[in-house]
Design a protein around this ligand. Structure first.
Ligand code: NAP
Length: 461
């Protein structure tokens, strides 16, 4: 609701002819780009610089003055200068008294200084009202107008009125302000641009580790074993056959790992009899990256679909089929239709298609543009109920694929079962525990605990 209204405000036409004057200290890349955007949005811009001369780089309608002169012309001053040069502001403290100083700075390392740059600025110029903003917007995006991915501007500050003035500018530039609270939030805001896919780290590293494990596992079973025992060179399996074994295995395990923390959380809550006690850190972190785990799982499932589609055009497959036909012709014998096998084959393909369809649906609903348009109940329905149906279908797809091969000795090479058999362990555990948890004797107390009831109040913090 808020988001929509701020978007509407951002799109609202500028009714006044000219907005107020804004001062920008620093004629570097960011100062110029922001100045250019502000002039476009109807603001008067005056730059404060060590060299108060205009150049071809400075936006045409802007004035360039000394810092002291420029500061006197505006109530809001944007400090587009690196933190290490902030000392030059100390002699200007008197002129800056009562002004709104906007700190846009970033650091080179996470938590580089004990206090945030904005708090440091507030200490240097105690009479000014410091607001942190714009640090997550790049000069390049401002100048080129490609702000689609980074429309959100995080704003924080101790003075409500000053913060409001800055948020009005943000909206006037066609961006969306996001109020992060007091200046204490500045350190976190300054760390945002330095984070590298924080939520993706664990899912990616974990799936890379699993991929490596299953690659060597399949290499031993499908390439080294036949070479040692049958002197057959199946090394070409590395190109398609092995990836097509690894992808579904990873998709299924990662999908099960999306639902495992929820099941563990339910067990912990039932055991403690309260929801007012923090989960262990590892479980909290795991829960926070479930969406990313699910999307990586979807990527593996999609690769499995692609690899499966090319099976009929593979030389090895065509060679195998034609040699079977020739051997039947030479023996003058046609293999009879095996109805059981036909049923198993069609069922596992059908389960795979349905499972993949729901998997894609889950992926689509996790996209912010879609999830923002469904309410909490709808989102939970899709992600939880449909998610479990997807897990059931994909697990059934694998089980039926195994068919009667689970107990066949030929499925075990050097006592190693097929990779798909290993992939069934986690999903089966999740599904069995979830099934047990929906029994009323467990579901009812769990629902009450989640509604705030406490069995053991000594656990609450
Ligand atoms: P820049 O191109 O190096 O410009 C910095 C400006 O600071 C200089 O042009 C200079 O302006 C002024 N300056 C340099 N040394 C000074 C000193 N000793 N005393 C006073 N002023 C001095 O840097 P920038 O990329 O524009 O970045 C400016 C700030 O914006 C930084 O804090 C940065 O973290 C932040 N920021 C940048 C971006 C980006 O995409 N570039 C994005 C978000 C935030 P004058 O010559 O006019 O005095």
């Amino acid at each position: 609701m808020n988001k929509n209204s701020s978007n509407i405000m951002a799109l609202a036409p500028n009714t006044s002819n000219k907005r107020e004057t804004v001062c920008i200290f620093g004629t570097g890349d960011f100062g110029r780009a922001l100045g250019h955007k502000m002039i476009q949005s109807g603001y008067r811009v005056v730059f404060g610089s060590r060299n108060p001369q205009t150049s071809s780089l400075i936006p045409k309608d802007a004035e360039v003055l000394s810092h002291a002169e420029a500061a006197q012309k505006a109530a809001i001053i944007i400090i587009a200068i690196q933190r290490q040069h902030y000392n030059f502001l100390i002699p200007l403290a008197e002129i800056l008294h009562g002004k709104v100083l906007v700190d846009v700075s970033n650091n080179l390392k996470i938590n580089e200084y004990p206090e945030s740059n904005a708090e440091y600025l507030a200490q240097l110029v105690p009479g000014a009202k410091v607001v942190k903003a714009f640090n997550t917007v790049s000069a390049w995006a401002l100048q080129s107008g490609t702000l689609d991915a980074s429309r959100q501007v995080f704003v924080c500050g101790d003075d409500m009125k000053a913060k409001q003035m800055v948020m009005d500018i943000v909206r006037a530039l066609g961006l969306t302000p996001s109020d992060q609270g007091s200046l204490l939030a500045a350190q976190e805001i300054e760390n945002y641009p330095l984070q590298l896919f924080p939520m993706w780290k664990f899912p990616i590293l974990f799936s890379l580790g699993l991929t490596a494990f299953f690659f060597f596992y399949c290499l031993i079973r499908d390439v080294i074993y036949p070479y040692v025992y049958e002197n057959t060179d199946f090394s070409f399996f590395i190109a398609i056959s092995i990836p097509n074994r690894i992808c579904p295995v990873l998709a299924l395990i990662l999908l099960a790992l999306v639902y495992l923390p929820g099941v563990l959380a339910a067990i912990i809550q039932l055991y403690r009899g309260t929801k007012y006690h923090r989960f262990p850190d590892w479980l909290d972190k795991w829960m926070l990256c479930r969406k990313q785990l699910g999307l990586v799982a979807l990527a593996f499932a999609s690769l499995h679909v692609l690899y499966t589609l090319v099976i009929p055009i593979r030389y090895f497959v065509r060679w195998k089929m034609s040699s079977q036909i020739i051997s039947q012709a030479l023996n003058n014998k046609t293999a009879p239709l095996n109805n059981t096998y036909a049923w198993l084959s069609d069922s596992y393909v059908a389960l795979g298609i349905l499972g993949y369809f729901l998997f894609v649906l889950l992926g689509i609903t996790s996209l912010p543009s879609v999830s923002n348009n469904v309410n909490w109940r709808e989102f939970r329905f899709v992600q939880s109920k449909l998610g479990y149906v997807t897990l059931i279908l994909c697990t059934a797809h694998t089980l039926v694929y195994g068919g009667n091969r689970f107990l066949s000795p030929s499925s075990y090479r050097w006592y190693l079962p097929n990779a798909y058999m290993l992939s069934l362990i986690v999903p089966c555990i999740v599904l069995v525990v979830k099934f047990v948890l929906i029994f009323p004797c467990l579901d009812k107390p769990l629902t009450r605990i989640r509604q705030g009831w406490e069995r053991n109040p000594q656990y609450s913090e």
